[in-house]
Design a binder for this molecule. Structure first.
Ligand SMILES: Cc1ncc(COP(=O)(O)O)c(C=O)c1O
Length: 392
């Protein structure tokens, strides 16, 4: 068989991530590779840490990208904070809370589950009841932005409750960072992780994390070594920590970090508040178009994520056929439902560089064309005008 260089098709990425990567970021990643202990690279690493502190709104010294995707940021938090025998309250309202449970159990802890319906925010009252019923719990973990459903939880209130019961907090912001407010210091989050491939518009494969002094104290006082060598923060910080004495831990993904540096620079240039406002404005325009067509959102208006729009698939419409046609005829990717919502919803992402008026126009127009052609029961000829009105 004759192999050739791989040239991917040019798609518009409006699924649950990865999202469209800005050309500036792709260009940054093609710059010459230098050594991972080169002084010029170390200078850039310091800038990445400072820019990440801005993105997370924190002064936490231990703020850095883990050299692997969001799942590795998740594991870094659990592996370092959970010790065998620890009781951890995990709030689950979608797929990713289930992965937190797995992590707790693989670290030798016991997961106490607080369940909410998929598509709903985590209920603070249920968390409070669990905290009262389990006074030995030491950690509370939850997903701020559930990518599987498009629901956003009130991180500030959940963290406050956890602290009232002397628990540390682990918060998943893979889908929220850069798209909706994430305020680590103001909300007093102890351990947080995110991903680069969503609202930061960067390529997949890095996971920004940040740890408070309270979290570091628990890590310093561990009775046992962290079971993962790669994720043991005591070792990682020998490379990512400040100062001149940096030691080899692993070979950093040099060019991927150029990309993250550029992405964070772009976020700083735009300004966090402006990025949040852009995501919200574009969500309202997409929503106007989809609702005019007759599609309905599965999440209550108050808890909806602007960057992840989950809508019910109209009766009698085959999910995979529609997504396949959008991809093949319009080069447009939207997301399928996950887990319990598979076949029932589409997840339309408006994340980072993908959150643009032209993308909404493409998505609403293409969806209407395909659904009409398939004879679906939708309102025809009104969606684009409704969308345009919302944008104006
Ligand atoms: C909420 C949430 N947590 C964790 C992850 C895992 O991130 P990754 O796929 O980059 O490993 C994702 C990925 O979509 C996510 O949406």
């Amino acid at each position: 068989m004759q192999f050739r260089p791989f040239n991917p098709p040019v798609r518009t990425l409006m699924g649950p991530g990865p999202s469209d990567v800005h050309p500036r970021i792709l260009e940054a990643m093609s710059r010459p590779t230098i050594g991972h202990l080169d002084p010029a690279f170390i200078q850039m690493m310091e800038e990445v840490k400072t820019l990440l502190q801005y993105a997370f709104q924190t002064k936490n010294e231990l703020t850095m990208p883990v050299s692997a995707p969001g799942s590795a940021g998740m594991e870094t938090c659990f592996a370092n904070l959970v010790e065998p025998g620890d009781q951890v309250i995990v709030c689950q309202n979608g797929v990713f809370g289930g992965r937190m449970k797995e992590n707790v159990e693989r670290c030798g802890g016991t997961a106490i589950m607080v369940e909410d319906a998929w598509g709903e925010a985590v209920d603070p009252n249920k968390l409070e009841a669990a905290l009262k019923a389990n006074p030995d719990a030491t950690i509370v973990a939850f997903v701020h932005a559930e990518t599987s459903t498009g629901a956003q939880s009130d991180a500030e209130s959940l963290v406050k409750l956890a602290h009232q019961h002397d628990c540390l907090t682990i918060v998943d912001t893979v889908t929220s960072l850069g798209g909706t407010p994430v305020k680590v210091d103001e909300w007093q989050i102890d351990a947080i992780y995110s991903g680069t491939q969503k609202c930061l518009s960067c390529t997949p494969g890095l996971s920004p994390v940040s740890f408070s002094e309270r979290a570091l104290e628990k890590i310093r006082n561990r009775k046992q070594k962290v079971q993962s060598w790669f994720m043991d923060l005591n070792l990682v910080m020998g490379y990512w920590g400040g100062g001149t004495k940096r030691a080899y831990h692993h070979t950093a993904p040099i060019n991927a970090l150029y990309g993250l540096h550029e992405a964070l620079l772009m976020l700083q240039e735009e300004g966090l508040e402006n990025a949040w406002a852009r995501h919200r404005k574009n969500h309202l325009a997409l929503r106007a178009g989809l609702e005019a067509m007759g599609l309905t959102f599965i999440v209550n208006e108050a808890d909806r994520l602007p960057q992840l729009n989950a809508v019910s698939i109209p009766q009698g419409v085959d999910d995979a056929t529609v997504r396949g046609r959008l991809l093949n005829e319009y080069n447009l990717e939207i997301g399928a439902g996950l887990g319990a919502l598979a076949g029932k919803v589409w997840r339309i992402g408006l994340m980072g560089h993908a959150s643009r008026a032209e993308n909404i126009l493409l998505c609403v127009g293409a969806l209407e064309a395909v659904l009409s052609d398939m004879g679906a029961d939708i309102n025809q000829g009104v969606a684009l005008a409704a969308m345009q009105k919302a944008l104006d």
